[in-house]
Design a protein around this ligand. Structure first.
Ligand code: MN
Length: 250
């Protein structure tokens, strides 16, 4: 099995090392990852600048672009052939609920899904410098084959995995979940810079979750690994009929 590993934290991120170590149990691993942090770049594609790939070590390339760019270059140019699976992560920080709409980690997996390649995004719900993250390599080595070796990997679907911020040895198990819902409070910080001009900083404030049973957050909060199947189709199918009844006209 040929595996492409990428992330949005950059090729030097410790989480990527954990992923690669685990992915080796599946087959031949290649890394194509951004040359710097690209968190929260979502599904952006670099279209107005040339991209450069640099071989940083055997089987590893860094790219001057986004996670989506990395999947494009990896699958179409850098790897010896089309990979059998794309793994993205392990992201430093959770990607649950609405996070999946902002996340470069999830978008990289989404890009592979668009190409018809089975893909899994993996995120760790702790901080970047948290020592527990390294303990997850053996757990992922056991879990990943269960997720990607199935012959019936569903079309247009990716799997979004979140790991709880506890040592892997204390994980309670795996739960299949739906996306939770964030309650953002004061996520925009305003201040005044040293020259007296106002500035704005996105991402401040506290984050709370509506902790409903069955959601990704509820599972991770209880010490479980969360696995959420995500579909590429954002259409609200249940509303097609009633919106049609609005009788919109041009
Ligand atoms: Mn990230």
């Amino acid at each position: 099995m040929l595996i492409l590993c990428t992330n949005d934290d950059g090729y030097m991120a410790p989480g990527l090392e954990v992923l690669v170590e685990a992915a080796r149990t599946l087959g031949e691993v290649h890394v194509v990852a951004p040359d710097r942090e690209q968190s929260a770049t979502s599904h952006s594609l670099t279209m107005h600048l040339p991209l450069r790939a640099r071989r940083v070590r055997e089987g590893w390339h860094s790219v001057t672009g986004t996670p989506t760019d990395c999947v494009m270059l990896g699958t179409q140019a850098i790897l010896p052939r089309r990979p059998d699976v794309v793994l993205s992560g392990v992201n430093h920080g959770m990607n649950m609920g609405e996070d999946v709409l902002y996340s470069g980690t999830v978008s990289a997996a989404m890009e592979a899904t668009i190409f018809g390649i089975p893909a899994v995004a993996i995120s760790y719900a702790g901080r970047a410098d948290d020592a527990h993250l390294a303990s997850y390599a053996p757990l992922l080595a056991r879990l990943l084959p269960q997720l990607v070796k199935r012959g019936d990997f569903p079309p247009e679907t990716l799997l979004n995995v979140n790991l709880p911020a506890i040592p892997a040895e204390r994980v309670q198990g795996v739960r299949v979940t739906r996306l939770g819902r964030r309650v953002f409070t004061d996520s925009l910080t305003q201040g005044t810079d040293p020259s007296g001009k106002p500035y704005y900083w996105i991402g401040g404030g506290s984050i709370e979750w509506a902790s409903h049973e069955g959601t990704d957050y509820h599972a991770v909060d209880a010490g479980y690994v969360s696995v959420t199947p995500l579909h590429l189709d954002l259409t609200n199918h249940s509303l097609l009929r009633s919106v049609a009844e609005w009788e919109l006209s041009a």
